[in-house]
Design a protein around this ligand. Structure first.
Ligand SMILES: CC(C)(COP(=O)(O)OP(=O)(O)OC[C@H]1O[C@@H](n2cnc3c(N)ncnc32)[C@H](O)[C@@H]1OP(=O)(O)O)[C@@H](O)C(=O)NCCC(=O)NCCS
Length: 180
């Protein structure tokens, strides 16, 4: 463990208000880009990640906590977000507060959510990530494979069937369907 004392646990319903902050933190900012205003999370295309969280099938959230502080979160929903595949496949969002990145917390959160979804009987999970976001490597290591792409983003899919998951195939546009 690279971060001793860290606990990964389910987010409690009373903490769902924190999701807006974790959603804001999940916005990838390339070097030198000015952060958007915080109310960007109230745009309709972002509210799908948080509105009424906990009320729908497929709503699961895990947090990383240390010394009473929430340092990161990963959550899934069946939603019409950028990672949407179909109406039975949850897609996920992941963020770690900036001061705590690069210490293995995001990886632990991601693997814990994959296990949770597998245990709940889901066959796959999706996400979207900007092509230039280094988080792409994290997702590939966790077995996500490219399912589609736009000019700027990959949509990725992870099979949750039991069994070992070798690293995803190397990147390449060949054979990848384009976003509808
Ligand atoms: C992506 C993120 C959740 C990863 O959590 P983490 O605890 O930093 O990740 P870990 O320490 O477990 O793993 C390190 C990997 O995370 C990614 N990563 C590390 N720092 C990152 C950063 N500042 N931004 C984005 N990804 C980062 C890299 O893939 C890195 O692996 P690599 O060095 O081999 O490329 C976290 O860095 C973050 O919140 N980034 C900003 C928001 C974001 O990009 N969210 C994902 C949207 S799809």
């Amino acid at each position: 463990m690279r971060y001793p004392g860290l606990e990964i646990r389910r987010m409690q319903p009373g903490e769902y208000g924190c999701l807006e902050e974790f959603l804001y933190q999940a916005i990838y900012l390339p070097p030198g880009v000015v952060p958007p205003p915080r109310d960007v999370v109230h745009l309709p295309e972002l509210r799908v990640y948080t509105d009424g969280f906990g009320t729908k099938k497929g709503d699961y959230c895990l947090v990383a906590q240390a010394e009473g502080w929430l340092l990161g979160a990963v959550w899934s929903r069946i939603m019409r977000d950028y990672g949407h595949i179909d109406d039975t496949t949850p897609s996920l969002a992941l963020s770690v507060l900036s001061a705590y990145r690069g210490q293995g917390i995001g990886t632990r959160l991601l693997h814990a959510l994959l296990s949770l979804l597998q245990g709940e009987g889901y066959g796959r999970v999706s996400l979207s990530v900007q092509k230039e976001n280094p988080a792409l490597h994290l997702y590939q290591r966790a077995g996500f494979e490219i399912w589609g792409q736009t000019d700027t983003e990959y949509r990725m899919l992870r099979d949750l069937a039991p069994g070992p998951h070798p690293p995803a195939a190397p990147l390449g546009p060949a054979g990848s369907p384009v976003f509808p």
